[in-house]
Design a protein around this ligand. Structure first.
Ligand code: ADP
Ligand code: MG
Length: 278
């Protein structure tokens, strides 16, 4: 679905404030996959995903979205932006309409939808992230941080993207809102079958749901593999400023299969105890 081939990005190239944000990134996002991208602040995550919906064009290498190279003259960037929907790092900054319904209608209206078709599209997007109808006429600015993020996600889902990119959707949320948002994302994954790219610096957020994890370090793709594979590099992840979940460390120390959640660990430990007691 998306392919980066030695893609790089330099901000303010040639100027005194030149910044090399991404170097030689090569990777693929396959259709239907749930990919987690982790990395410390400044490691190039946001830059990389902006290349994926052609908000930024690579300053070296290529990015291909659904067969179209973003830097080709014939590529319509508008089509790419409808295919690859992006929820920004602080989605509250992405919200600008007066009501929740107007906010969620904005994208599909831009795609040419109107009347009942538009209403249906908006209602479905609201249902996907469990936004109650009674919020429709509220100002998005009256909502809590977590609620605003669900509105931002719904407004992107309403354009029916093939790929949904979420840039640190849980950052700055309290634990309850964070868990609720993660649950919505899980539901989406199970029910929609769309391709999801989820950026976070908290490995606990994604270890349990991602098919694949890409770990970024200083503008480079450092690891790319299943959560099991990536988390087996525990020491290097530590050096990259990423904290491996406590329970993962514990299962590693016990020589057990790596677990990412307490629930998984409980099952694995119980099984070991049964073996031991038999
Ligand atoms: P992350 O999302 O992992 O925190 P970013 O992609 O935002 O990383 O940033 C990568 C590097 O590029 C950082 O060094 C950052 O300071 C720099 N950078 C990001 N945005 C800009 C910008 N608009 N202008 C100049 N430098 C930038
Ligand atoms: Mg970022």
């Amino acid at each position: 679905m998306i392919e980066l081939n030695r893609a790089g990005y330099v901000y303010k190239e040639g100027g005194p404030f030149e910044r090399n944000a991404l170097e030689e990134a090569t990777m693929q996002i396959n259709k239907g996959e749930f990919v987690g991208i982790i990395g410390h602040t400044g490691s190039g995550k946001s830059t990389m995903i902006q290349l994926m919906n052609a908000l930024l064009l690579p300053t070296s290498g290529t990015v291909t979205v659904d067969g179209q190279v973003t830097t080709d003259k014939s590529t319509k960037l508008r089509d790419i932006r409808f295919k690859v929907g992006m929820v920004f790092q602080y989605p509250e900054h992405q919200i600008f309409e007066e009501t929740v319904r107007a906010e969620i209608s904005f994208g599909p209206r831009n795609q040419g939808l109107s009347g009942q078709e538009l209403e249906d599209r908006v209602n479905q997007a609201m249902e996907m992230v469990h936004i109650p109808q009674k919020w429709s006429e509220l100002s998005p600015f009256e909502l809590s941080g977590g609620q605003k993020r669900r509105v931002a996600i719904a407004s992107i889902l309403a354009i029916r993207p093939q790929v949904l990119i979420l840039d640190e959707p849980t950052a700055g949320l309290d634990p309850a809102s964070r868990d609720k948002l993660l649950k919505e994302v899980r539901n989406m994954r199970d029910n929609l079958g769309i391709t999801v790219v989820f950026i976070t610096h908290s490995m606990e957020d994604i270890a349990d749901i991602a098919d694949r994890i890409i770990a970024m370090d200083k503008g480079r793709v450092k690891f790319d593999g299943t959560p099991q594979e990536v988390f087996s590099h525990m020491e290097e992840l530590d050096k990259m400023g990423l904290s491996v979940p406590e329970v993962t460390r514990l299962t590693a120390r016990l020589g057990l299969p790596l677990c990412f959640t307490v629930k998984q660990a409980k099952a694995v430990i119980n099984k070991e105890l049964e073996k031991h007691n038999a």
